[in-house]
Design a protein around this ligand. Sequence first.
Ligand SMILES: Nc1nc2c(c(=O)[nH]1)N[C@H]1C(S)=C(S)[C@@H](COP(=O)(O)O)O[C@H]1N2
Ligand SMILES: [Mo]
Length: 520
Amino acid sequence: MLAAAVLLGVADVIARAFRPAASPLVALGSTVIEFAPPALQETAIAVLGPWNKPVLFLVMGLGGVVMAAGIGALGRRLPRVASTIFLAVAALLSAAVVRRPETAAADLIPSALAIVAGLAVLFGLWRLAGVGVAAGSGQGPARRRAESDAQWEGAAERDPVRRPASRRAFLAAASGTAALAVACFAVGRSIGAFGRQAGERLVELVLPRPARGASPVPAAASVDVAGVPPFITPNDDFYRIDTALVVPELEPGEWTLRITGMVEEEVSIDMSELLGLPLEEHHVTLTCVSNPVGGDLLGTATWLGYPVRELLARARPLPHADMVLSRSVDGFTASTPLEVLTDARASLLAVGMNGEPLPRQHGYPARLVVPGLYGYVSATKWVVELHVTRFDQDTAYWTDRGWDERGPVLVASRIDVPRPLATVPRDGAVVAGTAWAQHDGIAAVEVMVDDGDWQEAQLAAEVTADTWRQWRLSLDGLEPGRHAVTVRAVTASGTVQTGARRDPIPNAATGHHRIEFQVE
Ligand SMILES: Nc1nc2c(c(=O)[nH]1)N[C@H]1C(S)=C(S)[C@@H](COP(=O)(O)O)O[C@H]1N2
Ligand SMILES: [Mo]
């Protein structure tokens, strides 16, 4: 167990000079996420929320302890077999590192050094414990095995009759080793960030002024009811959903976007060229397909970027292409219909979010934002490739796990005020919230109080069809006691939000949001 702890700790601390996935622990965790059954993945997110990743590390840690203890127990009788298994597990961990899309050959250095350290601890402690000596007193196969073990450890010639060192020497070495492992993890955690970031941090990206700015959000876009979220979601409050165990660290200087596949000309663009292009600013609401009815996995930001349409025009997609498979530096992929990226809508290769460079968690230095599609088929963060292809030839990360390959946003609405089970005063109570149907637009919101008729809510000003829209309705005059409100929205093209309840998979939950509250 100590040898395993040293191996993982040493690798984790040295990996800080490389990248997250150069740490076998991180690479293994990412691989577990990659191969976890989708149902387990969704349950973990639903039940554990933001704790799902720490819990994954905990489970891996416990699994590692059990496995190392097993190898150690085996090593008391069969050190050669046990050390071979130890080495094989270490090799598998290294394979997990190499398999990660974001790693290069040099990222094996931490694992290689750590394997040397781990084996040194294993053999060193065994030697002190006299492993291999006791078995030698037997006869037949056990004896031969013990001899070959001793030989294999290079000890046979020098010290044919090995004796266990004193218990005190063993305990001293063992506690020294334990301290080394703990120190490695502690130093690793305190360095925190991986890679160059920790030391010589590269130049921070400076956003140019937009060639075409977005018009400011008018005050009338907000219903001004306490409890309804602001129209523009601050970056720190913006929901985050991705499969990345550790946020990829991609520096602007090493970033390039390549447009490949079914194109007349492959194109590649680096950050300085991108920042020199006429960038546009657009307000766009981004939504996660996993958002439950009434959930808050959505937000609106002012994105700064370059139209994807223009980038694709440079590469000239071939006539039979119908999909763009965008790829993140961490291997995540999204399948976006080509026509959505080439029509007039504000599909952006974004570098800015609410006036700042993208936060690392939201895709720094560049990501896609496509109005009207759920994030999983369009909003690739840390994007490095647009592969022009066909839906019948390629599939994307979540499509392979049973989700719809195209993921257009369905109309939805949410009650933000009153909170469920809140008590409201008899006079002046209001119900208010948000509705969205990106790229179609919200034409009406209707509210049903208890089991009455649908009543038209008052709409705040529309910013664009690509953003959510706030609404409110007075609840004056309700009798004291328990009441319920239900909401539904109608889109500009006339779609009425369905009341049929359905789970998010394969293309978003449906059903009306309904809450109960108390009138004083
Ligand atoms: N590289 C990468 N990009 C990704 C994802 C991911 O897992 N990896 N998740 C997508 C999903 S499912 C959503 S809903 C949006 C969320 O973007 P946000 O985290 O900036 O809110 O990012 C999309 N882009
Ligand atoms: Mo999502």
